[in-house]
Design a protein around this ligand. Structure first.
Ligand SMILES: [Zn+2]
Ligand SMILES: [Zn+2]
Length: 262
């Protein structure tokens, strides 16, 4: 399976798009501004959207996508696009986005019987079979209810932490999984460590503590990809991560990159 990185920045600027990954051609993980680079045909092929949490940089393209694909999917007789997220996240989407003020309620359009979007609650630890791929919902610790996701390939799992601060439960779970790719956030540099703590994100020093707990898991076989760095901060953050002296293979995730999961 190919995983396309549509966006992996912590905010927007020219060339910087917020979080979105395309698994195969029909499963979207998070719906940040990176979704806007897909063609209409690619957008219309998406049957499932997995959402890690309710923050705008991860959800803003759900409604825009719905607006774009409503006609093509209706014409092709496609079922509603399923939006999978924790129940509080779905509640936030209903209350604050699909409320007829910020955006129309696309869970009732073009009509309530055959809407373009369907909201589907998920729980931590649940396994889903989407587009032929097994996906597990992982825990995350953020300022709002949040989760991460793991997608199973033949050679191991692709793991995406979502936005999270330090999270011992994740490393406990990953001990039993063969991780091929770990996409982990590092939103701030160490200069902003207090802000990272308040906003429940990682910075290089806390990332080092997290990766140390992964040590026994990877057997030298996984690639660690850093995501959600703020625009303009990449060099500083990656230099600080370099000084951690981690034994893991650590890369800067880039929009447009394609990860292969055997
Ligand atoms: Zn967030
Ligand atoms: Zn975010």
């Amino acid at each position: 399976m190919l995983i396309r990185v549509l966006g992996c920045s912590g905010a927007i600027a020219a060339g910087c798009r917020t979080t979105a990954f395309l698994l195969g051609d029909d499963v979207l993980v998070d719906a940040g501004t990176g979704v806007g680079d897909l063609t209409l045909q690619e957008l219309a092929r998406i049957d499932h959207i997995l959402i890690s949490h309710s923050h705008l940089d991860h959800v803003l393209a759900i409604g825009l996508l719905a607006d774009s694909v409503i006609r093509p999917r209706e014409t092709a007789g496609r079922p509603p696009v399923q939006v999978h997220a924790l129940a509080p996240t779905l509640g936030a989407l209903r209350t604050h986005i699909f409320n007829g003020v910020i955006w129309p309620d696309f869970t009732r359009l073009p009509n309530a019987e055959h809407p373009v979007l369907r909201l589907v609650p998920i729980e931590i630890g649940q396994r889903l079979l989407l587009g032929g791929t097994t996906i597990e919902v992982l825990s995350a610790r953020h300022t709002v209810p949040a989760c991460g996701f793991a997608a199973e390939g033949r050679d191991g799992w692709w793991v995406y932490t979502g936005d999270t601060g330090p999270n011992p439960a994740l490393w406990k779970r990953l001990q039993d999984m063969k991780v091929a790719h770990l996409v982990i956030e590092t939103a701030f540099s160490d200069v902003e460590r207090p802000l990272a703590q308040i906003s429940r994100h990682l910075c290089p020093s806390t990332l080092g503590h997290e990766l140390a707990q992964l040590a026994g898991t990877l057997n030298g076989g996984a690639d660690v990809h850093i995501t959600h760095i703020k625009p303009g901060e990449t060099e500083a953050v990656m230099a600080e991560i370099g000084r951690l002296g981690s034994t893991h293979r650590i890369h800067t995730l880039q929009a447009g990159q394609v990860m292969r999961l055997g």
